[in-house]
Design a protein. Structure first.
Length: 329
C-alpha cells in the first residue's frame, strides 16, 4: 500500500483517538482505528499502525490489544488519573465554596479531557450542587497566585479588605489598605484563608482570600518570622472556630462518652481524654481560641458537652447565654 498522507500527524492523532475513544470497557479494532484516522484525513496500512502502537507504548502510553472474536481490540489500559481519582477531584471542585460556579465548570471541563469520552460523561454528572452558595469573586485564583509569589519572594502585600453592606455590595472595611506579611495559605470552613503577620498589632491574623481586593506585592521584606518558627498550622486552624482567631486557651470540657467522636473529629486524636467522676462522661482538654463562635459550637451540642475550666471561660460562656436570653425577651 502506498504511503498515506499527513504521516507527520498520524502518531499524534492515533494517540488522540485511543485516549478519547477507548478505556477499560471500550476498545477499537484495527478497521475502527483506520476509519477514525481517515476522518482526520490520514491514510495508513495495518503494519504501520502496529509500529505506531509500539512507539506509543515506548513513550509511556499504555495501549494493549486483546483478542475479541476475529479481531484484536485496542484500548488504553491505564491513565495518569484513574476514573475514581477524577471523580474525587470533580467532587472537591464542585463542593468548594471558594470556587465560583463558572470556574468550577471550567475546571471540570478540563478534567474531562483526562478521561475517555465515555468516562467524561460520568464526570460531568458526578455531583449535583445546583443552588449551593459559592463565592462571587472571580479574581480569587489570581489573588492566591499573587500571595504565593509574595511568600516565595519574601515580600509584604497590601490590599483592600471587603465587607458586604446592607445593599448587598462589597465595600472596603476601611479606607486605607491593609499592609501585612503573608506566611501561610489554608482552607478552612469551606473558605480560603491567608495567615499573616500584622506588624502594627504585633500578632498573627487571618484574612478571607475572597474578600481581598486590589492586592499589590510591595518591595518591603516580610516581618514576623519569629512568630512562625514553631507555628503549627493544623493546631491553629483547629482552635480557631470559624477562623476567628485569638490566643490559644486550654479548656476542659465534660463530654458524654458517646460524643467523644465529635471532639476527635474537631481537634484530632492527640487530645487528652480522661474518665470523669460522673459515670458515662469524660473530661477532655483542648486548646481553643475563645470566641463567640466557640461558644456557639458548644451551645449547638446541647447538654452533651459542658465547659468546666478555666473559671474565666465558664463565666464568659454563662454571660454569653444570659445575653442571648436577654436578647430574646
Amino acid at each position: 500500500m502506498p504511503k498515506g498522507t499527513n504521516q507527520k500527524l498520524k502518531l499524534y492523532y492515533l494517540a488522540k483517538i485511543l485516549l478519547e475513544e477507548t478505556d477499560d470497557t471500550h476498545g477499537l479494532t484495527m478497521p475502527d482505528l483506520l476509519q477514525e484516522l481517515e476522518a482526520y484525513g490520514i491514510t495508513a496500512d495495518r503494519k504501520s499502525i502496529y509500529t505506531d502502537i509500539d512507539a506509543l507504548n515506548e513513550i509511556g502510553l499504555d495501549v494493549i490489544g486483546e483478542k475479541s472474536g476475529k479481531y484484536f481490540v485496542y484500548h488504553i489500559a491505564s491513565r495518569r488519573f484513574e476514573l475514581a481519582e477524577l471523580k474525587l477531584l470533580v467532587d472537591a471542585i464542585q463542593s468548594f465554596k471558594f470556587i465560583t460556579e463558572k470556574k468550577s465548570n471550567a475546571l471540570i471541563k478540563k478534567l474531562t479531557t483526562l478521561a475517555s469520552s465515555y468516562e467524561a460523561a460520568q464526570l460531568e454528572r458526578q455531583l449535583a450542587v445546583q443552588g449551593r452558595v459559592k463565592t462571587m469573586n472571580e479574581s480569587i485564583y489570581y489573588t492566591v497566585d499573587e500571595i504565593h509569589s509574595a511568600i516565595s519572594d519574601n515580600k509584604k502585600i497590601s490590599f483592600k479588605y471587603m465587607n458586604w453592606d446592607t445593599n448587598k455590595k462589597l465595600v472596603p472595611r476601611k479606607n486605607e489598605p491593609y499592609i501585612i506579611s503573608p506566611w501561610k495559605l489554608t482552607w478552612n470552613d469551606e473558605n480560603y484563608y491567608l495567615i499573616a503577620y500584622d506588624a502594627v498589632a504585633d500578632k498573627i491574623k487571618q484574612y478571607r482570600v475572597d474578600k481581598m481586593d486590589k492586592l499589590t506585592i510591595l518591595d518591603e521584606k516580610r516581618e514576623g518570622k519569629e512568630h512562625f518558627k514553631a507555628f503549627d498550622l493544623a493546631a491553629y486552624t483547629n482552635r480557631a472556630f470559624g477562623m476567628f482567631g485569638g490566643d490559644g486557651t486550654m479548656v476542659t470540657l465534660s463530654v458524654r462518652d458517646e460524643m467523644i467522636g465529635i471532639l476527635i473529629d474537631r481537634f484530632g486524636k492527640d487530645i487528652s481524654v480522661k474518665p470523669s467522676k460522673k459515670k458515662g462522661w469524660s473530661d477532655v482538654r483542648v486548646e481553643v481560641a475563645v470566641s463567640d463562635q466557640f461558644f456557639g459550637w458548644i451551645f449547638g451540642l446541647g447538654t452533651n458537652v459542658k465547659i468546666t475550666a478555666p473559671a474565666s471561660v465558664v463565666k464568659a460562656y454563662k454571660e454569653e447565654i444570659d445575653n442571648l436570653l436577654e436578647f430574646y425577651k
